[in-house]
Design a protein around this ligand. Structure first.
Ligand code: ATP
Length: 235
């Protein structure tokens, strides 16, 4: 039998002020799975991650994590439950060193990675230990941003376009990191524009269009559905 989902999103709606952006997002993620949210610009992918994380004031529907309803909870409580969000803009503090940036989030769950373990995952970062955030390349900033959320002890990671603006060789490195996190038992929701990358790391793909999930494609069926996918993404 299929495992119970770790995260289940049902009829999730969200608003920015009066603007109704999510109209009923439905998807689930099994323990240890990597899934992507794919879709055109403005489809509502980032908003979905923010709504799951509770950082949008107005939302409704259901988001259960480990079987517990989180929709009424403040973002702090959702983080404590073990979900971590890495925003597209990465949120690196330019005036702080790599080490200081890593130490920023509190461990909210037992079992958060130590700084040493994070450096083991991202050896490049170790060489930059005392560098300021601003001195890092885009790839290093992305690794720092992912490393930082691993400190929290969350086992469910929401990553918003980790490959945005990065060179192919760095994208491959991020891909290897995601594969390793999956091996270590993390469960990951990835927002991606780069579907070549998405297909190299994910188990299933959910297509978001105008604030709804309109389709799901298992990764092994991606090639057979490539025309359909191009239609969805407008490429
Ligand atoms: P992108 O890759 O462009 O970020 P996306 O699928 O992640 O695409 P969202 O960022 O979730 O899309 O945006 C969904 C809709 O919400 C868009 O119409 C966008 O203009 C609108 N929107 C996003 N952020 C805000 C905001 N802070 N205030 C008002 N509207 C917003």
């Amino acid at each position: 039998a299929a495992a119970q989902p770790l995260l289940a999103v049902q009829n999730l709606e969200a608003w920015y002020g009066e603007s109704h952006v999510l109209h009923g997002i439905n998807f689930d993620v099994r323990p240890g799975e990597v899934v992507t949210l794919l879709g055109r610009n403005g489809a509502g992918k980032t908003t979905t991650l923010k709504a799951i994380m509770g950082i949008l004031p107005k939302r409704k529907g259901s988001v259960t994590f480990e079987g517990t309803e989180t929709i009424g909870l403040p973002s702090r409580a959702i983080a404590r439950a073990g979900i971590a969000f890495c925003p597209e803009e990465r949120g690196i503090f330019s005036s702080l060193s790599v080490e200081e940036n890593l130490m920023l989030p509190p461990q909210v769950k037992p079992g958060g990675m130590s700084v040493e373990q994070i450096f083991d995952l991202f050896p490049n970062l170790k060489e930059r230990l005392s560098s300021q955030g601003t001195k890092l390349s885009g790839g290093e900033q992305q690794m720092l941003a992912i490393g930082r959320i691993l400190r929290t002890g969350a086992k469910m990671l929401l990553l918003d376009e980790p490959t945005e603006g990065l060179a192919p060789v760095i994208i491959q490195q991020i891909g290897r990191t995601i594969a390793r996190l999956k091996q270590e038992g993390f469960t990951i929701v990835l927002v991606e524009q780069n579907f070549h990358f998405a297909s190299s790391v994910a188990d299933r793909h959910f297509i978001v269009e105008q604030g709804r999930v309109i389709d799901m494609i298992p990764n092994e069926e991606l090639d057979a559905n490539i025309e359909k996918l191009h239609g969805y993404l407008g490429v």
